[in-house]
Design a binder for this molecule. Sequence first.
Ligand SMILES: Nc1nc2c(ncn2[C@@H]2O[C@H](COP(=O)(O)OP(=O)(O)OP(=O)(O)O)[C@@H](O)[C@H]2O)c(=O)[nH]1
Ligand SMILES: [Zn+2]
Length: 207
Amino acid sequence: MEETLDQEKLVEEIAKRVREIIELLGENPDREGLRETPIRVAKALLEMTSGIRSPQPNIKVFSLKENGGSSEEDQIVLVKNVSFSSLCEHHMLPFIGKIHVAYIVGQSRKVAGFSKIIRIVNYYASRLQIQERLVEQVADAIMSSDIEPKGVMVIGDAIHMCAYVRGVKDKEATLTSVATRGVFKNNASLRNYVFRLLETPKRSTLL
Ligand SMILES: Nc1nc2c(ncn2[C@@H]2O[C@H](COP(=O)(O)OP(=O)(O)OP(=O)(O)O)[C@@H](O)[C@H]2O)c(=O)[nH]1
Ligand SMILES: [Zn+2]
């Protein structure tokens, strides 16, 4: 209950400032179309930055050792095409794209629940961010999780609205960022293998 009240107060305080911004822009915040806008903007900002105010989601793991699945061979797990949207910390405008997460199963033979990787991406995206830090934070979260992987590689591809709708207004440029941890660091052929896997069929062709 207390949390709900705090959230309501937060929405109210932010909305008050948004109303001032609307006025400073030369608009009338009391006209019908804008009357509810400060509240909507406040809620949207809180939603898009929820990761700042919440704990990191738990990465639930499963063991491959059960039912004879204890082969010592390393397995690569690649979670592909995780859509994300974040807010660039320079302009507070969205950057949106895909993140791909690869990891090598470690000695303890544990893998993450598929959805948990998606939750981790969304968690670190839901804040004021830069893309390079986002992929690093996702890589660190996986590397230090109960998966205990031998290595992690996180690739981000995104369009930045701050360069798309303002400033340079480039509609084609994208930013790719790659973070590597563990065995990926000094193994170019492993990294290249992941890049080749990224060319395998898209989800739309799997259904
Ligand atoms: N590397 C990186 N740069 C980003 C990201 N998001 C925004 N930027 C850049 O951050 C920079 C901020 O530069 P400033 O010169 O301080 O801001 P600005 O005057 O608004 O810059 P322009 O966008 O060039 O008009 C810009 O070059 C943006 O394109 C990101 O995730 N990663
Ligand atoms: Zn920006």
